[in-house]
Every structure is written in structure tokens, then in C-alpha cells.
Write a protein that binds this ligand. Structure first.
Ligand code: ZN
Length: 452
């Protein structure tokens, strides 16, 4: 268009950019993932008692054809994350029931994420600070689209403590409602002067229509993806706008290293830029703007109503390429797992190998001792020293290095076999759990036990 920058309206808002949710991202080493899972074990064992359900088909295209890309999830919870082979949507094939999720979000959600990340559980102030930064960045990103009629209404779905909605009310002047399942969060939103409604969007009933719907960092958590988006489309005014952001699954896998380090119980769906574009179109939402300047793998969409055009199926070649990609990621990740992740890990591996060698050597010694004790002439040292085959090993004093090593080994064998071998064995078994990455067999067995 050749628009001169100086002719563009300038928006000077009282904040600076630099929002970075989640901080810097990095690859998760298989050992590190294993350590994190061990930390999460107490909560995961609690979650195993919650009711679960099977998801028989894809929510978007209703196809039953799927490929498993991760099992168990990153917390070690035995559920399957699958990719629909017809439309490319990623979803949980096993998940908690509504009641299960309600309990999970109330009791364990924040604890579990903090344990996994190895950081203290974020308190309400941290969450609010994060939301304020997010809201301000979002308003900056949407400038130019936010010209609403007088008396316009906005709703922030899954709006938590209302900080994002509050920014819109304060700087854009649009009256905002916050809808969130948590009563505490809704109370916090009311304290900010917003209208607050407690409940889930699926069960939310209203005759109103909205000029702006905000659906931030929530789309992966819903249980009926298509239903929720269609309902949002219904609640939008004809000239209304919907803002929705996604975490691009394939991009996140690339950043983290493997779908197993990404998949999690609270994300019932994972979208990519391609699948989300198709889903939006099929429910009658047209993309007005895409924000790819967000810290990867986040991606924001500004949408407005249009005629729905149902075209759910993806290019089979693309699906195949995506699957191949996951397989490649998986093998590279496992290969990486065979190298130590840090000094501690190196020491653990070294100690484990040493233990295996000592154990093998002791066992050999025990067997030799047992065999030779059956024969009349039994001196374990005799078998090694003073033979004509190996004269170099014999010293004039009759005591050789080999012989003293053998007697030392003999003493250690006695020590090993007599003193609490069970404790030692248990200790090494525990070590081995850190070192074994081919633990998939165990995990599969565990999930098979729990899946109904
Ligand atoms: Zn599908």
C-alpha cells in the first residue's frame, strides 16, 4: 500500500512490550523428563483414582482413524494423545470425566504444573502480573480493530481473575464480563469492577450477543472444541470479533524434543496453525489477523463471523509427513537420552556401570568359590597364582597382585553376600529407574491396567 509510517496513528499506551509467557523454552532431556515425572508421582497416583472416559472419535471430523503420538503424558499419567488421521487434530483419546476435571482443576492443577516445572506454586499475584502483561500486549497487537460502538459488550471466556478483561475495560472502554469456573477468580474479577459469572462456557446461557469475545490460553482445555467455537460464533454480533490463541503442537514438540514431553492431561486438544484455520472456517469464523510475533509456539487469531464452509479433511500427504516428523523426533530424542544430561547424570550412569561390573565380577567369584568348595583341594588363590602357564604373575614371596586382588574380591564377596544385599539391591534398582529410558514397557502395562 506504500503507507508512510508517519501517517499511521500512533498509540502511546502506558506500558512497554516484552511479554514472555513461560520464559525461555528449551529441550527436555529424557532423564530430566523422568526426574520430573518422579516429582509428579504423588499427584499422578491421586489422579489415577478419578473417573476417566474414552473419546471414540475426532471432535472435528468425527473420524475414528488416529495415530498415537504420545503415551503416557508428560506427568507420567497413562493417557494417549492421538492425531486424527483425517483432519490432523491432536486430542486425548482417554481423559477425565467432567467431574474428574472439576476436581483436578480445584485441587491439583497448579500444584502439578509447579512440580513439573520445579518451581514454587505460583500465587494469585504471580498469575495477575502475568495476565496484566498479557492483556497489555494483546491490546497493542489488536490496535486498529478495537473501534466499538457505544455500549459495546465484551466477554472474556476462561478469564480467570479478570486482569485481561480489566485492561480492555480500562483502555478501550468496552464493558467486559468475565466467565470462569473458579468462584475465587470470579470474585477477584468483580473486585476489579467487572461483571463476573461463575461457570463453564459449555453451560453458559445468555440472550445477549457480544462485540468482542476473548478466548485466551484456554482453547486446549475445553472438552467440546467444535461445540464451543460454534457457540462463540452464535454469541458474536455480525460485526463482532473473536480473539483466540493456540499453542502450536508441532512447533512445541520441536522446541521440547518429543510429544511425550508436551502432552498433558489438562489439554484435551492441541491445534496447529493449519488445523485451527480449517476448524475456524468450518464453524463460520474468518481469520482477520494472525499474530505470529508471540513467543513461539503461541499463535494468536483475530476472527470475525463468515459463512461456514465445511472442509475438515487435511491433505493425506501432509498428515503422513507430520507422522514421520514425530517418529524422527522420537528417535532423535531417544538417541539423545543415551548421553548424560549433566554431571550428576554422568556420575549416576558411571556408578551404575561400575555397579554392574562389580556385581558381575562378584557373582562369578561366588560361583567359583561354590564350585571349588566341593573339591577337596580348595584354595581360591591357588587357581590363579603359581601356575607354570603364567610364571610372570608369580612373585618370589608367593603373594602376587592377582592373588591379593582375588582375596580382596573374596572378602568383598563375603561382605556383599552377607551384609544386607537386599538394601543394596533396592538402592540400585532405584538408581536404575533414573537410567532406564526404555521404560515404555512399564508405562504401557500401567495404562493397560487403568484404562477402562
Ligand atoms: Zn479429525
Amino acid at each position: 500500500m506504500g503507507v508512510d509510517d508517519d501517517s499511521m496513528p500512533r498509540f502511546t499506551l502506558p506500558w512497554s512490550a516484552g511479554y514472555n509467557p513461560g520464559g525461555p523454552r528449551r529441550l527436555i532431556h529424557p532423564t530430566e523428563l523422568q526426574r520430573r515425572r518422579v516429582r509428579c508421582e504423588p499427584i499422578v497416583s491421586r489422579l489415577l483414582k478419578l473417573e476417566r472416559e474414552l473419546v471414540p472419535a475426532c471432535n472435528f471430523c468425527l473420524s475414528e482413524r488416529r495415530a498415537i503420538v504420545a503415551q503416557p503424558d508428560r506427568y507420567g499419567f497413562p493417557i494417549r494423545t492421538v492425531m486424527c488421521l483425517d483432519c490432523g487434530l491432536y486430542y486425548l483419546a482417554d481423559r477425565l470425566t467432567d467431574d474428574g476435571y472439576a476436581k483436578f482443576y480445584t485441587d491439583d492443577y497448579r500444584k502439578l504444573t509447579a512440580l513439573f516445572a520445579g518451581v514454587p506454586q505460583s500465587d494469585i499475584n504471580d498469575i495477575h502480573a502475568d495476565q496484566v502483561a498479557y492483556g497489555k500486549r494483546l491490546i497493542n497487537a489488536l490496535q486498529g480493530f478495537l473501534n466499538f460502538r457505544p455500549g459495546a459488550r465484551a466477554i472474556d471466556v476462561g478469564g480467570s481473575g479478570g486482569q485481561v478483561g480489566f485492561q480492555f475495560q480500562k483502555y478501550i472502554g468496552i464493558r467486559t464480563t468475565v466467565l470462569d469456573p473458579s468462584p475465587d477468580e470470579v470474585d477477584a474479577a468483580r473486585d476489579l469492577g467487572l461483571e463476573g459469572i461463575t461457570g463453564s462456557f459449555e453451560k453458559f446461557e445468555t440472550d445477549e450477543s457480544f462485540d468482542l469475545i476473548l478466548f485466551c490460553r484456554s482453547i486446549e482445555h475445553v472438552q467440546d472444541l467444535r461445540g464451543v467455537l460454534a457457540k462463540m460464533r452464535r454469541l458474536l454480533r455480525p460485526d463482532g470479533l473473536l480473539y483466540c490463541d493456540i499453542v502450536d503442537f508441532t512447533e512445541l514438540c520441536r522446541l521440547v524434543g518429543h510429544p511425550e514431553g508436551v502432552a498433558k492431561i489438562d489439554h484435551c486438544y492441541w491445534l496447529t496453525q493449519e488445523t485451527s484455520a480449517r476448524i475456524f472456517k468450518s464453524v463460520g469464523l474468518q481469520i482477520v489477523m494472525v499474530d505470529v510475533s508471540l513467543p513461539q509456539p503461541l499463535c494468536g487469531f483475530l476472527l470475525r463471523p463468515c459463512e461456514p464452509s465445511f472442509s475438515p479433511l487435511a491433505d493425506p500427504l501432509r498428515i503422513e509427513a507430520q507422522l514421520r516428523d514425530h517418529q524422527r523426533q522420537s528417535s532423535e530424542w531417544q538417541e539423545w537420552g543415551r548421553t548424560p544430561s549433566d554431571t550428576k547424570d554422568w556420575l549416576r550412569r558411571w556408578a551404575y556401570r561400575l555397579k554392574r561390573r562389580l556385581h558381575a565380577s562378584f557373582m562369578q567369584k561366588v560361583q567359583t568359590t561354590r564350585c571349588s568348595s566341593n573339591s577337596p583341594a580348595s584354595d581360591p588363590a591357588e587357581g590363579i597364582s603359581g601356575t607354570s602357564d603364567n610364571p610372570g604373575a608369580v612373585s618370589t614371596g608367593g603373594q602376587t597382585w592377582d592373588a591379593s586382588w582375588a582375596s580382596l574380591k573374596g572378602a568383598m564377596v563375603q561382605l556383599y553376600t552377607r551384609s544386607a544385599p537386599r538394601t543394596i539391591h533396592q538402592f540400585w534398582q532405584r538408581r536404575a529407574r533414573y537410567l532406564k529410558f526404555e521404560g515404555a514397557g512399564r508405562d504401557v502395562a500401567r495404562s493397560a491396567k487403568f484404562i477402562r
